[in-house]
Design a protein around this ligand. Structure first.
Ligand code: SF4
Ligand code: SF4
Length: 281
């Protein structure tokens, strides 16, 4: 089984467009939308996923009769999800709780049991050889990592080749998606901002010791090229894709340009060949 993560140091680089195109170029594949705060891969693939399960976190439930109001649980919660004052029961801020279970472990009076709080869902669709899984974080939930982990774990049970559309940026969501990957394709654009964010993304990938390649989307806009940064990290630039008005128009309609532009399809088939060679697929 091989997991390929398509990631970018920032949003707006065309990451999902490239992830969807590679999924269509690959044939038999499990495509995963792990950009759980703003999933749009399903739309680009023309899929309509149905929920298969919800993702929940264990959260503390307090027994008023057993609780002695000692405040130890609040003191030990490193996420500041609990407060306890005077004779009042501990109060939980669900948005800050990471479900780590420390509070129930430290309570000396057995006053805390574990309840469950739904934070998102995983949905699925299938079309011929293409299996699609989407993770979606519930609005207002601040912790996307368990949903990302859950959707990728499920994908690993579905097929041998998995293409993950990772969350953008270099925060813990992106780290969660890329650290499960055997190969990381970083998408950037040819602008100074693109280069700055690519540099951060390359540092993450290098810290995680993941093999990687770079694709420069809209390479002729912005006047910057990542060749030198990539050389420093010993990461190849696999493709430079110039801006195309036709591709932008197809994408603007919410469709994958892989289906709507023969030029783009040719470029993506070529990129997929390079990725397969680099990732030894
Ligand atoms: S540690 Fe237990 S007894 Fe102390 S305040 Fe928290 S729930 Fe109550
Ligand atoms: S489960 Fe962890 S994060 Fe949540 S309230 Fe308890 S100690 Fe804090």
């Amino acid at each position: 089984m091989t997991v390929l993560a398509v990631a970018s140091g920032k949003g707006g680089t065309g990451k999902s467009c490239i992830a969807s195109s590679l999924a269509l170029a690959a044939g038999q594949v499990v495509a995963v939308d792990a950009d759980v705060e703003e999933p749009n891969l399903g739309k680009l693939l023309g899929m309509a996923p149905k929920e298969i399960y919800s993702v929940s976190l264990p959260m503390p439930v307090f027994d008023e009769k057993l609780c002695k109001r000692c405040g130890l649980c609040a003191k030990e919660c490193r996420f500041n999800a609990l407060v306890q004052f005077g004779d009042l029961m501990p109060r939980l801020n669900e948005g800050l709780c990471h479900g780590c279970g420390v509070c129930s472990m430290v309570c000396p009076h057995g006053a805390i049991t574990e309840g469950s709080h739904i934070i998102g869902k995983v949905s699925r669709d299938q079309a011929e050889e293409l299996t699609f899984l989407e993770g979606r974080l519930d609005v207002g939930c601040p912790n996307p990592v368990p949903v990302i982990k859950s959707v990728i774990d499920t994908a690993k049970e579905e097929g041998d080749l998995i293409i993950v559309d990772s969350p953008p940026g270099t925060a813990c969501s992106m780290v969660e998606a890329t650290e499960q990957a055997d190969y990381v394709l970083l998408v950037t654009e040819g602008t100074p901002f693109g280069m700055a964010d690519l540099k951060l993304a390359l540092e993450v990938v290098s810290d995680l010791r993941r093999p990687a390649g770079v694709v420069v989307n809209r390479s002729d806009l912005g006047g910057s090229d990542p060749e030198e940064i990539c050389r420093r990290h010993d990461v190849p630039v696999l493709a430079r894709i110039p801006f195309s008005r036709q591709v932008a128009q197809v994408y603007g309609l919410g469709e994958s340009p892989y289906r709507g532009s023969s030029l783009w399809r040719e470029q993506m088939d070529h990129l997929w060949d390079s990725v397969k060679k680099e990732a030894r697929l």
